[in-house]
Design a protein around this ligand. Structure first.
Ligand code: ZN
Length: 348
């Protein structure tokens, strides 16, 4: 059985390669496989995994990961980088979040099932490799296409293999996130339904190693500023891991980030859903802090008459706002923090 990590072990220092990890085939016979890119530095060092489009249409992450690995200076690099430009190839090809074969959210399936449903098999094939080698895993995502959001960070803390929260927050600060969110891994009423513990970053953390998610805007489109923000963050993470000496250009992400730093940590967040169907018109921009009573937006009915003005009793910080106005009762119209703190990270 071939494996990405076997390929990496055969790779000469200061070289690159690419390949496909076979999973199976479609009904018409096309191969189902996971594409990957490898970059090995001149010197030994840590191994960084970057996975993109775990959700198949979150394409900003794919573009950021490809640009990141393309621009690595292997002659100066210690260690290796493995990029999975799409960790969900069937969903990617279908330009949907999940694969049409089974509709399973692959980021709820890790570590996967080698003899399970199609998506579970893709997850198992990838995670077998991920679990073998690696010092850090960065999972690139975006929000749904209906929304507009600034890049933000998401992390989990595994109860059995805790990675220092400050370490994760420091990495996340490199992406200049609007906020960072600690995602609860037990069922929480304010979160979307699903098995959070099946996320690839959570399962990687179960191995006792740092992993986190970066949300780079919205899906199904290129947002170059957010792609670029992702590339800079990935370079800073690589420097932090010791893959580079950190003496390069600061603006391009190649210099060692200063100790300390700050992040805005969300303590409580929730999805805001429409009470009334109709046309939602956002009255805010991601990053806004709305005082009590100030509208997130209004909903008109199909005749154009306002049927609801969406406000909050407490201040909220807008993480994302809906831009596609067409909503039914229960559709998501906003994603807000209801409690947050400015967190100073430990200094040198
Ligand atoms: Zn996602």
């Amino acid at each position: 059985m071939t494996a990405i990590t076997d390929h990496l072990a055969r790779l000469a220092p200061a070289s690159r390669d690419k390949g496909r990890l076979p999973v199976g085939n479609t009904a018409s016979g096309a191969e189902i496989s996971l594409p990957y890119l490898l970059a090995r530095g001149r010197h030994d060092g840590p191994v960084l995994w970057v996975t993109a489009t775990v959700h198949g249409d979150e394409v900003n992450g794919t573009l950021a990961a490809l640009e990141f690995i393309r621009t690595l200076d292997l002659g100066r690099m210690r260690g290796a980088c493995i990029v999975i430009p799409t960790a969900n190839p069937l969903a990617f090809d279908a330009r949907t979040k999940t694969a049409p074969q089974d509709g399973l959210d692959i980021d709820q399936q890790f570590p996967g099932a080698a003899q399970g449903l199609t998506t579970q098999r893709v997850a198992a094939r990838l995670f077998d490799d991920v679990a073998r080698v690696g010092d850090c895993l960065i999972s690139l995502h975006t929000l749904t296409a209906h929304f507009e959001a600034l890049p933000y960070g998401v992390y989990k803390l595994h109860p059995d293999a805790p990675v220092a929260e400050d370490l994760l927050l420091r990495h996340l600060s490199f992406y200049d996130p609007s906020v960072v969110c600690l995602m609860p891994t037990v069922k929480a009423a304010d979160e979307l339904p699903g098995n959070i513990s099946g996320a690839i970053d959570y399962q990687f953390q179960a191995l006792g190693k740092p992993a986190f998610m970066v949300e780079l805007g919205a899906r199904s489109r290129i947002e170059w500023p957010y792609v670029h923000q992702g590339v800079i963050g990935l370079r800073r993470s690589a420097v932090e891991l010791g893959m580079f000496d950190g003496t390069g250009d600061d603006a391009d992400g190649w210099s060692r980030p200063a100790p300390g730093g700050r992040v805005r940590k969300v303590l409580k967040r929730r999805h805001v859903t429409a009470d009334r169907g109709g046309l939602f018109r956002a009255a805010c921009t991601p990053g806004d802090i709305l005082p009590p009573g100030q509208a997130l937006g209004v909903i008109t009915d199909i005749f154009g008459d306002i049927v609801d003005t969406v406000t909050f009793a407490e201040p909220v910080l807008v993480i994302a706002a809906r831009r596609d106005p067409v909503v039914a009762t229960g559709d998501r119209i906003g994603f807000v923090a209801t409690a947050w703190e400015e967190r100073q990270l430990p200094g040198a």
